[in-house]
Design a protein around this ligand. Structure first.
Ligand SMILES: Nc1ncnc2c1ncn2[C@@H]1O[C@H](COP(=O)(O)OP(=O)(O)O)[C@@H](O)[C@H]1O
Ligand SMILES: [Mg+2]
Length: 173
């Protein structure tokens, strides 16, 4: 069975679509998503430049209670935000400048940090899927022809057993 919204459907278990109408709402979504996350989770963020991937990650960082502001680093590809509350660290990867080459990706040693962290990757499509069969894929789209510049449609797709029973719909509350 294929989930209706899933672009990569073979292991898609659950999918939820949300309307997010402002940067504040995007950050709130990150905060509520954070409640679902635990060490070892990989979150992939897909969306064009300015879609709101970093804004969502900022909310994730707040929700996880990690140190340091989540930003769009110009030169840094991955930044580790340690937990201030004894929870998992947030590893924030912006793979925009990484070529498709897995070598550069491997240099980041994400497989080493993943078991004890929450790894969030912007621009990771085609680069990080090998890290884990279990992934939460967050796809952020602008609505074509929408007159509201601030409106986004966010699709959450859980891949693998980790997300099979997850209550993704809880994030829309
Ligand atoms: N609904 C929304 N969700 C997220 N960002 C929004 C939204 N509406 C407007 N924005 C603006 O769009 C920009 C998103 O930037 P950013 O989060 O850095 O995107 P990305 O990391 O995907 O390139 C910010 O300037 C933000 O204020
Ligand atoms: Mg970004």
């Amino acid at each position: 069975m294929e989930a209706p919204h899933s672009p990569v459907a073979e292991t898609a278990a659950a999918s939820v679509r949300l309307s997010v109408d402002s940067p504040e709402q995007m950050q709130d979504l990150g905060r509520s998503l954070a409640k679902l996350l635990r060490p070892g989770d990989l979150v992939m963020l897909t969306g064009e430049l300015g879609a709101g991937k970093t804004t969502l990650t900022r909310g994730l960082g707040e929700g996880l209670g990690v140190r340091g502001a989540v930003t769009s680093p110009t030169f840094v590809i991955a930044r580790v935000h340690p937990s201030l509350t004894g929870g998992p660290a947030l590893v924030h990867v912006d793979a925009y400048r990484l070529g498709g080459g897995l070598d550069e990706m491997e240099d980041l040693d994400l497989d080493v940090s993943l078991p004890e962290s929450v790894v969030v990757v912007e621009w990771g499509d085609g680069k990080v899927e090998d890290l884990s069969e279990d992934r939460l894929h967050v796809i952020i789209d602008r609505v074509v022809g929408d007159t509201d510049d601030d409106r986004r449609v966010v699709t959450l797709v859980g891949h693998g057993v980790r997300w099979a029973d997850a209550d993704l719909a809880a994030t829309s509350a």
